[in-house]
Ligand binder design. Structure first.
Ligand SMILES: Cc1ncc(COP(=O)(O)O)c(C=O)c1O
Length: 442
């Protein structure tokens, strides 16, 4: 017999370490998830961004079934057919010279792998990273995840990690305006880095577009200048494309539009179509040197056929179903809806994002830009109650939407109606709905 919501909550309180919000999810298909009571939700977080291809895509199910009928797990000191086929497929969609790949289990893991490669290659151990980046909550990536400051408080000694000024132009720390600023944030950051470094710089790790730190893209030229500064110091540029990679922003990788190829690329999230697998891709020269210097990194299940087969299917779907185009189409439609909210509510201070990664920043008013954290949290909670799932970040005032590639026009319309209604409900409770409407007639 099926357990009731009440019974499950009672057990959760008793046995589950972590406290979580309702609802209790039971199943999913494409853009829709269902809770234990059968209630439907439009999932604009694509699960934890790992089901961007749509929950339970039939080709992913088929790949998993094939693995169940052949081999699920394999010895990681021996090659298996599927990790070889996956490496070939992945390297074929990566630009030169990124032609050597190995596999791990999740996003943190892939960044750990990349940082380990950089350490071996450079013989250094210091890493620089923008102060609003997110690279995972375990291993060394934990210490370059400054977007979640509480993660490392009283957590023991950190590796040599240095926070650089993130290119968050809406709230520029230097109070400058792009492009007049000439990207002084980079010059300042590297001057401080040079002063602080003990001469063991290994790499610079960043997202090409920041997600958990606030859904913002660096201005044009930022990544190129970062790469140049890294090259001058012999540091490797590690690009974490967990969120942005594999078509999410309209190109196979976000770095493609910047005219920069990283030294090491990491991929995770929807790489496995919902199954946990990640990748580190680098050049033959870096791979060979790191191996010669004793590089070692793996996990018992890092090359499991089940994950590799799911990832092969996921790459096939991305290519065959032209997901780059789809990301632009769905993303632009949703972006227009967010712009409509900006035109309607004074509390929407900024609308940002690209492809399927979209965000709005809520402020108490547009002039002073005071973050409206409670408002964001309340709108997210009200939307959840009404059947729309999305994230509220950085204390609540940044709302992040990551709809799956398969989201259709009806779902976009429904999601907008729920979100707009939530703004109305929450603002009218604050008794300032009328004041907050930029134009009460729109
Ligand atoms: C850019 C980025 N890198 C790495 C990670 C960590 O991935 P995981 O949670 O799979 O370890 C995340 C998680 O959200 C992320 O957004």
């Amino acid at each position: 017999m099926k357990s009731s919501e009440g019974q499950l909550m009672e057990w959760a309180k008793k046995y589950n370490f972590l406290d979580k919000n309702r609802p209790i999810i039971e199943r999913a298909k494409y853009t829709i998830v269902y809770d234990v009571n059968g209630k439907e939700y439009i999932d604009f977080t694509s699960g934890q961004m790992c089901s961007a291809l749509g929950h339970n895509h039939p080709k992913i199910i088929k790949a998993i079934m094939e693995s169940c009928n052949t081999i699920i797990h394999s010895n990681n000191s021996l090659y298996n057919v599927y990790e070889i086929e996956l490496a070939k497929k992945l390297c074929e969609i990566c630009p030169e010279p990124l032609k050597k790949a190995f596999f791990l289990l999740n996003g943190a893991d892939s960044n750990d792998g990349a940082m380990n490669v950089a350490k071996r290659y450079t013989d250094g151990w210091e890493f620089a990273t923008p102060h609003l980046g997110f690279h995972g909550l375990s291993g060394t990536p934990r210490y370059v995840t400054f977007a979640v400051p509480q993660a490392n408080k009283k957590f023991g000694p950190a590796i040599g990690s240095f926070a650089m000024v993130a290119p968050y132009c809406y709230r520029c720390l230097l109070n400058l305006k792009y492009p007049k600023c000439d990207l002084q944030c980079i010059d300042l950051s590297f001057t401080l880095l040079d002063a602080e470094s003990v001469g063991a710089l290994a790499g610079f790790i960043t997202e090409p577009m920041f997600s958990a730190g606030g859904v913002f893209a660096p201005p044009k030229g930022w990544l190129k200048k970062i790469k140049q500064k890294c090259d001058e110091r012999g540091m490797l540029l590690i690009l974490d494309e967990a969120q942005t990679g594999l078509a999410k922003t309209g190109t196979m990788f976000a770095f493609e539009t910047e005219g920069v190829v990283p030294d090491i690329l990491t991929i995770s999230k929807h790489f496995g179509g919902g199954i946990s697998i990640s990748a580190v891709v680098t050049t033959s020269e870096i791979a060979d040197t790191a191996k010669k210097k004793g590089f070692i990194m793996s996990h018992s299940q890092a090359n499991d056929p089940i994950g590799c087969m799911a990832a092969i299917a996921s790459l096939d779907i991305i290519i065959e179903e032209n997901m780059c185009e789809r990301a632009e189409k769905v993303g632009d439609k949703w972006g227009q809806k967010l712009t409509a909210l900006y035109n309607r509510y004074e509390n929407v201070g900024d609308v940002r994002g690209k492809g399927l990664i979209r965000g709005i920043e809520l402020v108490e008013n547009r002039k002073m830009r005071k973050p409206a954290q409670k408002l964001g949290k309340d709108i997210a909670a009200e939307s959840l109650r009404n059947g729309l799932i999305f994230g509220s970040l950085r204390g609540g005032h940044i709302l992040r939407f990551v709809p799956p590639f398969c989201t259709n026009d009806d779902e976009i319309e429904q999601a907008y109606n729920i979100l707009n209604k939530s703004f109305e409900t929450v603002l009218s409770k604050r008794k300032n709905l009328f004041k907050s409407l930029t134009n009460p007639l729109t």
